[in-house]
Design a protein around this ligand. Structure first.
Ligand code: SF4
Length: 375
């Protein structure tokens, strides 16, 4: 039986960032209270004879807008409903403006042992352009507050290829990250969805993005810089100190199983995938009236499971064992996909070493194109 990951979605934010395409809305105290009760009810209703779980991930939105006692209530519901490992990884996505020494101590006491800070940039003008409401100084202070509360597993998110960002600006951000020494970091390229307010801001203000080649250079430079600092890249966008890779996120990339709670949350277990209703109000009302919150449920065929395992597994630096993965789903991976993958290998974007197939860093930059052979 797979050991589950538990994902808990908290859809509230203090302000909406101009690039954000996540399932979130503005914080509202009354709705927050009703949502918390619904979440607890959904978790407790899912209890199935103490299934083993070893991660909890509070994502959002901004889950750190909840009070520590709210987080404690939800962790308690998980403990009562699942056989949660004593050393479970419990991550709280946190925005720097929601942190204080007291709140961090409260989260730690509630059972949080990993904090993932949405820092995005250490440059004020970049934070302003993104609509973030914290300053670089607040981000540094929040990191200190988490350390002060005894959190010894910190992650930082940074975004690269921002409007008006030069390679030198980006390098400064990476150096600032190295200085605050998190155990884990996620470096994402900004993706502009079609109606993002940031797109309009860019047009109005005449802000531009650096050319694509510069984005590739920024990515490759930062991964090499972090290598030299002793971080290990383990996924396209993620690096960690040895042993500090995100155990929860690895479940998504290593063909694992997880249950998502809350509005818009996805779950995958036993070859079945389902999704909860996206609207927060709708979710709360359905839980309160004992209706199902699931709006989409699909049984995955073995072919779909294999394609998914390849698609996500190749995001990892170590790649995947195609023989073992193929055997699990009854298919010869190379015979099925080898022809389509060979050009990427010839171009130095992927490597096949015995049964192991992986992308090179140059390949990671083109992962979406390369991995599209599986879908
Ligand atoms: S804090 Fe995160 S979830 Fe909230 S609006 Fe900003 S990017 Fe989106």
């Amino acid at each position: 039986m797979a050991i589950l990951g538990l994902y808990i979605h908290v859809p509230f934010c203090s302000a909406i960032c101009t690039y954000c395409n996540f399932n979130r809305g503005l914080f509202e105290s009354g709705l927050k209270d009703r949502y918390l009760s619904a979440l607890e009810q959904e978790i407790r209703a899912s209890a199935q004879s103490g299934e083993p779980a070893n991660t909890i991930f509070f994502g959002g939105g901004t889950p750190s807008l909840l009070e520590p006692k709210g987080i404690a209530r939800l962790i308690g519901a998980c403990r009562d409903s699942f056989d949660l490992a004593a050393d479970a990884e419990v991550t709280l996505e946190t925005n720097p403006e929601t942190s204080s020494p007291e709140r961090m101590a409260g989260f730690r006491e509630a059972g949080v042992n990993r904090v993932s800070f949405g820092v995005q940039s250490f440059r004020e003008e970049e934070l302003n352009r993104l609509g973030r409401i914290h300053s670089a100084e607040r981000a540094r202070a929040a990191i200190g507050e988490a350390r002060g509360a005894g959190i010894d597993n910190l992650s930082l998110d940074l975004m690269m290829w921002l409007p008006q960002q030069t390679a030198a600006h980006w390098r400064d951000n990476v150096e600032a990250l190295i200085e605050v020494a998190p155990e884990h970091a996620s470096l994402y390229l900004l993706e502009l969805y079609p109606n993002a307010p940031l797109k309009e801001d860019m047009a109005r203000a005449g802000w531009s993005l650096a050319p694509d080649d510069d984005a590739a250079d920024m990515y490759l430079w930062s991964m090499e810089r972090l290598d030299r600092e002793g971080y290990q890249q383990y996924e396209i966008s993620n690096v960690a100190r040895p042993g500090k890779a995100s155990r929860h996120n690895l479940k998504y990339w290593q063909d694992g199983e997880w249950i998502g709670f809350g509005c818009g949350a996805h779950s995958t277990r036993g070859g079945v995938r389902w999704k909860n209703v996206s609207s927060t109000e709708d979710y709360v009302n359905r839980v309160r009236t004992s209706q199902s919150v699931v709006v989409d449920r699909r049984e995955l065929t073995r072919d779909m499971q294999l394609e998914e395992a390849l698609f996500t597994g190749l995001r990892l630096s170590e790649g995947i064992d195609i023989e073992r993965t193929g055997a699990r789903y009854g298919k010869d991976v190379w015979r099925t996909f080898g022809g389509a993958l060979q050009p990427s290998i010839d171009a130095g974007l992927a490597v096949r070493e015995g049964a192991r197939l992986r992308l090179t860093r140059e390949g990671m930059l083109l992962a979406n194109e390369i991995l599209s052979v599986f879908v």
